[in-house]
Design a protein around this ligand. Structure first.
Ligand SMILES: NC(=O)c1ccc[n+]([C@@H]2O[C@H](COP(=O)([O-])OP(=O)(O)OC[C@H]3O[C@@H](n4cnc5c(N)ncnc54)[C@H](O)[C@@H]3O)[C@@H](O)[C@H]2O)c1
Length: 238
């Protein structure tokens, strides 16, 4: 199966491309390299461009003969989203609408969407059950929840088949060292925690410092990589 991976030059997307290739699938990355790097695109080719460019995405889907999309391209900093919400709604919500237009135009009907556990906000129930009510606290999290709603509506209207992965702070890197977290700006909890531990001052100011997270994040990364290729080959479950 050929899969268009948006954001495939980024941290999670590049691991997923590797997992897809290992599962015998053919990933093609579409990435504007705003955060990711071309060096991380080692499994399948790179189309440099923006998900908001509907014509380019449609042409990429046609040329690559993709049967499914895995959508990791987004802006992903909670703090930045509070400072510039419009940029987040534009890239994450409007960008996804353009991608969905291109998919409809080319008859590609399957999509795995990289959502986030941040849609749950602060919940007292740990581990968080999937059906816990959504209470997003930032424009970033709200943009992801909006996309989930759009996907549900598109599924009802046009028979789109979708899966939304709501995972936590991803951690770790490819055990073979072929890819890793190479973002231009590190804003996620775990890289910041390591920076703080290495003595850099004022890199982490959060109640998370006094409330260690449960062990779920690391295993969530592993299971995300392991299950994503299978998720797109099980249309009846998504
Ligand atoms: N890293 C985490 O802990 C985590 C947790 C939950 C959800 N997520 C979500 O998973 C996805 C991937 O996260 P990541 O940590 O790999 O981030 P990342 O920044 O490493 O990867 C995102 C990639 O998307 C690209 N991109 C951004 N906007 C684009 C656009 N308009 N068109 C084309 N490419 C674009 C960037 O250049 C980058 O390569 C994101 O959607 C993020 O919100 C990440």
């Amino acid at each position: 199966m050929r899969v268009l991976v948006t954001g495939g030059a980024g941290y999670i997307g590049s691991h997923v491309c590797k997992a897809l290739a290992a599962a015998g699938m053919e990933p093609v990355t579409l990435d504007n390299l705003s955060q990711g790097t071309a060096k991380a695109v080692k499994w399948g080719r790179l189309i440099e461009g923006d998900v908001a460019d509907t014509d380019l995405v449609a042409e990429s889907l046609r040329q690559s003969e993709a049967e499914a999309v895995m959508h990791f391209a987004s802006s992903a900093s909670v703090a930045e989203s509070v400072q510039d919400p419009a940029a987040y709604y534009r890239n994450n919500v409007s960008g996804t609408l353009s991608l969905l237009d291109a998919m409809r135009r080319t008859g590609v009907r399957r999509i795995v969407f990289s959502s986030t556990s941040a849609i749950y906000g602060e919940t007292r129930h740990l581990p968080i059950p999937e059906e816990a009510p959504a209470a997003p606290l930032s424009p970033y999290a709200r943009s992801k929840l909006m996309v989930e709603a759009i996907l549900a509506d598109e599924a009802a209207a046009h028979g789109l088949t979708y899966l939304a992965l709501r995972y936590f702070n991803a951690a770790g890197a490819d055990p073979e060292g072929e890819t890793g977290d190479q973002r231009r700006t590190a804003t996620h909890l775990i890289p910041m925690a390591f920076k703080a531990l290495s003595g850099k001052p004022n890199v982490l100011r959060s109640s998370a410092m006094t409330t260690p997270p449960p062990m779920a994040p690391a295993s969530a990364t592993m299971s995300m990589s392991a299950t994503s290729p299978r998720a797109i080959s099980w249309p009846s479950t998504i």
